[in-house]
Design a protein around this ligand. Structure first.
Ligand code: NI
Length: 280
């Protein structure tokens, strides 16, 4: 297999401008999500795919504990059903120099109505293996985050393979971003399982959003969303960057007991608590 150094050495320089219309902005504000057709070029997607395969092949932990299966207890034996790698850009600065990074930030600023220079970003990669790839239950990304802060944030999610209903594309509950953070619990009621669940969702209003490789879905940090299992014969690789303003401390932290339980489980994993990823 090719080495990290050799893949990094052939990073392509991509000049790609995504098309964002007033309709995209209106849709994001009204429904809480919008998809654009392309965020970068095929050449960059191929290069990112090579790096991605190496990262997962070596179960790389860019930050302590930064590789884990989202839907099984931490560090348990057996096949990963939905592994995630947190903050790959911490290990590979090159990931901050992609068109995907740059364009994601620009589009995020337009959708949120803020200055791009005020946005900070961090990434995560979620892989659904062929046929056994797990689903991710209904959640809000902010439901994973530190309840001591208020957020202005969105996720920019790009599949490296076609994301179809069969391969586990994302689904959204339109307009749900306007509410509060809902009550979550850990999947299987086990805090050593990272994934969170909201129970009282009317899935009949859900909108699945299939996206071609290199397209991108932008979603508000409070939109209720999920992704299906991968029933296809092909891997479904996704790479997402979260874009946010500096979080503002809340006068009184919100009560999110599932986060406290998750934090204890993370600490028992033997990782320093401040490294707990705030992904979703
Ligand atoms: Ni999410």
């Amino acid at each position: 297999m090719e080495s990290f150094a050799s893949v990094l050495a052939r990073q392509p320089e991509i000049d790609f401008t995504p098309r964002l219309s007033a309709d995209h902005i209106a849709e994001f504000r009204e429904r809480g999500f919008t998809a654009i057709e392309r965020i970068t070029s095929d050449e960059e997607i191929a290069w990112l795919g090579d790096l991605y395969d190496l990262l997962f092949g070596e179960r790389t932990q860019p930050v302590p504990g930064g590789y884990f299966d989202l839907v099984r207890p931490y560090d348990s034996p057996g096949d990963d059903l939905q592994p995630q790698i947190i903050a790959p850009e911490v290990r590979f600065e090159e990931l901050r120099r992609t068109a995907f990074w740059r364009n994601g930030k620009t589009v995020a600023a337009a959708l949120l109505g803020v200055d791009a220079s005020a946005l900070r970003g961090w990434g995560h990669m979620i892989l659904k293996p062929p046929r056994i790839g797990g689903s991710l239950p209904w959640h809000q990304d902010e439901g994973y985050w530190d309840p001591g802060f208020d957020y202005v944030a969105l996720g920019c999610w790009m599949p490296l393979d076609p994301a179809t209903v069969e391969s586990g594309c994302m689904s959204f509950i339109p307009g749900s971003h306007r509410g509060e953070v809902r009550v979550h619990r850990h999947l299987d009621d086990d805090p050593t399982v990272h994934a969170l669940v909201i129970d009282d969702i009317d899935a009949s209003t859900a909108v699945p959003v299939p996206v071609a490789a290199g397209g991108a879905v932008f979603h508000h940090c409070r939109i209720v969303h999920s992704s299906g299992p991968n029933r296809s014969a092909r891997v479904r690789r996704a790479y997402a960057n979260e874009w946010q303003l500096e979080p503002a401390p809340r006068p009184t932290p919100a009560s999110r007991p599932w986060i406290d339980a998750g934090k204890r489980a993370w600490e028992e994993r033997g990782k320093p608590s401040h490294d707990k990823p705030s992904d979703g």
